[in-house]
Design a protein around this ligand. Structure first.
Ligand code: SAM
Ligand code: SF4
Length: 355
């Protein structure tokens, strides 16, 4: 079996080794060699998922590591506390795989909330089962959700996700809206198969009080079917949306926000586009990631990972964990170079890293 099928990292160095810190200034934050500071933490909690989106998962799904290899709620809470208290992280988002596949997601959120009471805690989810789980997640301290929805055409949804679950996703989105979780954001990956559905999706989002953001498809699918000449660039989507709506460019309100915004029909509603491939934003990247198995990943596209789980379980102090995390981020690469010749996709795929 290949390493990709296992969703395992092909690391350039042993994740258990401390990364080099030559030249690193003695500052508490997660600074890197290029002067960026990571303040936005993404934590993957599983590689399991209830859908099989073709741009992400293989048909058979990704293997799920045994429970003892996954970070447990108290361990996640401890890392969140360290990130916020010692490293200057300001926002935490749980992702996957599908975070709702973790039956202890409310415990994970509660542990994080207890460790960092003032922080913004959110999840990125496909929405399936959200309507049933929301009361417990809210009670645990969840602030916001981003739901992924690529089309409101049922047959296109079934083909793209390999599951006939559109109604369940829409029920999850409506539950989040009814619970007053605002801003309610929807993410849609721009796929050629659903490009013609984009205006109807935007109309649905506007009618349901959600902020829609389209994302360019990145080469992070398990099937390795991504192709530059097949992906839908932001410019092409703008033409399709522009035929149905009047769009006025407003740009980015925060340079580290990847989405560029357009007013729809004069506003106040907006639509966002994250042009991760054609207009990369690596220079302003402020992300740090923890995988479900407890490694720091400084970039979606960089295979270097640094293990924190072994330190956590080996009795390391908070200060030691913080130092290892700082060292990992100091070595973050300058950019992913998707647009450069010779670009190689990372060994782990989106569902195994956490999007
Ligand atoms: N299962 C959850 C969901 O779908 O929202 C969370 C995990 S998913 C990997 C996180 C985000 O990554 C989703 O918005 C998804 O659409 C996006 N994503 C997955 N594969 C992608 C790809 N190849 N290119 C761009 N975005 C992708
Ligand atoms: Fe699952 Fe999310 Fe990947 Fe779709 S994008 S397969 S919902 S992890």
């Amino acid at each position: 079996m290949s390493t990709i099928a296992l969703g395992m990292p092909q690391t350039r160095r042993d994740p258990r080794e401390a990364p080099p810190v030559d030249g690193r200034p003695a500052v508490p934050e997660l600074v890197d060699r290029f002067g960026r500071i990571a303040r936005d933490l993404r934590i993957s909690v599983t590689s399991a998922c209830s859908l099989r989106c073709t741009y992400c998962m293989p048909e058979e799904g990704l293997p799920v590591p045994p429970r003892e290899q996954l970070l447990q709620p108290d361990e996640i809470g401890r890392l969140v506390g360290i990130a916020v208290r010692e490293l200057g992280v300001r926002e935490v988002r749980f992702t996957g795989g599908e975070p709702l596949m973790r039956h202890d997601l409310a415990d994970i959120i509660a542990a994080s909330r207890a460790a960092a009471p003032a922080i913004d805690v959110s999840i990125t989810t496909n929405g399936i089962g959200l309507d049933h789980r929301l009361p417990a997640l809210l009670a645990a301290g969840l602030d916001r959700v981003n739901v992924s929805l690529d089309t409101v055409d049922r047959e296109h949804f079934r083909l793209l996700t390999r599951r006939d679950r559109l109604d369940a996703v829409l029920a999850g989105i409506r539950a989040a809206r009814d619970a007053g979780l605002t801003p309610l954001k929807l993410n849609a990956v721009m796929m050629r198969e659903t490009l013609a559905d984009a205006p109807a999706l935007l109309r649905w989002a506007l009618d349901n009080g959600a902020q829609l953001r389209f994302i360019e498809q990145m080469p992070l699918d398990a099937d390795h079917s991504w192709a530059r000449d097949h992906m839908v660039p932001a410019a092409e989507l703008l033409v399709v949306l522009g035929a149905a709506f009047e769009l006025t460019e407003v740009g980015r309100d925060d340079p580290s926000t990847p989405a560029e915004e357009w007013l729809v029909d004069g506003g106040p509603a907006t639509v966002g586009i994250i042009a991760s491939v054609t207009r990369t934003f690596c220079d302003a990247c402020d992300r740090t990631r923890i995988t479900a198995e407890g490694t720091v990943r400084s970039c979606l596209f960089g295979d270097d990972e640094t293990d924190l789980r072994g330190l956590l379980r080996g009795g390391a102090t908070d200060a030691e964990l913080a130092d290892r995390w700082r060292a990992a981020m100091w070595n973050k690469q300058s950019g992913h170079g998707i647009s450069l010749p010779g670009f190689e996709a990372p060994a782990r795929t989106m569902g195994a890293i956490g999007g």
